[in-house]
Design a protein around this ligand. Sequence first.
Ligand code: NAD
Length: 418
Amino acid sequence: METKVDPFENMVKIVENAASKLGYDKSVINMLTHPQRAIEVSIPVRMDSGEIEVFTGYRVQYNNARGPYKGGIRFHPAVNLNEVKALAGWMTWKCAVVGIPYGGGKGGVIVNPKELSERELEELSRGYIRALAPFIGPEKDIPAPDVNTNPEVMAWMMDEFSKIKGYNVPGVITGKPLEVFGSKGRIIATSLGGKYVLEKAVEMFGLKKGTLKVAIQGIGNVGGGIFKLFSEDPMFRVVAISDSRSGIYDENGLDERVEEILNHKKEKGCLKGISNVKEISNEELLELDVDILIPAAIENQITKKNADRIKANIILELANGPTTPEADKILEKNDVIVIPDILANAGGVTVSYLEWVQNLQNYYWELEEINSKLRKIMIDSLVEVNRIREQHGVSMRIGAYMLAITRVVKAMKARGWV
Ligand code: NAD
């Protein structure tokens, strides 16, 4: 039986597995598998109709042994507390894997933002911050964008928090626009960090030379971003990409049409109607005969049902939690290299950290400086995870969790928590 698709239960399983390999006892594992705080808020918004609608929001503060809580805010109709708990846990491990001085947190609001007007969306964003203002701040908990939230939403949120405080507090949130204390390189950081790791992995695992065929699930911030980066690099050829409704495929590559495809998605809101491509489903995309598969959408896409049919040599998990634990076992058996989410997509939080550092010192760096710091952090982390993988004979995922958990537990021990 496939594990019930509960991302928090899935995360707990992996933490238990990695922590027991490290020899940690039940008390430590208990600490690692419970968030420190989970907050639920009601956010009233006066809609354009004149009626007040009340939205439910969450903020989970998972662990702050290594620094303030850090993690994005998701606006999605399927948001629920267990999902936010999983996402907050993943942030804890992610920050620890790349060695940045943060704990983990995450937020979410149950809403379909596509059904809101711009004014309603702004009201909701500001309301979320008013409800959570006592619990966040540059030294406490620093939110950022996630699914369906973007720099504009971050600007409203930073502005609302600053109004409450009575002065500008740029360090309360990251992923802001450049005009209001954002960092160069932040928008593309998750995708670029993923590409740095992928390039190093291709070299490390001696993958075939020549152009590598890529399929990307998701064409949002992250999937669209890496599509653009690949289109400028002859080492990669993107043959398929999708959104929530459908995908497109061209074995000769979509790279030369990247602008057209991204514009089509922006204007029409979908990928349907693009000429001279084959329309495929998300299920078909995942099973294509490609070298590299990049899930960049949502959780639980690679499951026990389809894992055996995956043909890619490397899966670069830019989405959080795209693979279930059962699927992981099948992929491992089939020698598919999975570069796990907590490493593969850590570029976003890494440049968020660099944004926060710039905010705190009120001194802003050039793009070259940011990207070279990002590159070093991502590659060093991959090399370290691979070292642990080889040393313990485990998968990349378990290796990444072992590294992260070791760092979090060392901090908890030093503080006298365990
Ligand atoms: P986004 O909202 O910009 O894009 C999400 C994409 O996924 C869209 O193209 C959407 O159409 C697609 N999608 C949604 N449901 C789908 C489904 N059922 N099947 C296939 N596609 C579907 O979000 P994003 O910021 O690009 O985030 C994507 C993933 O990356 C999430 O898992 C997120 O947690 C993770 N992530 C994002 C960042 C970041 O900096 N934005 C950082 C780390 C991890």
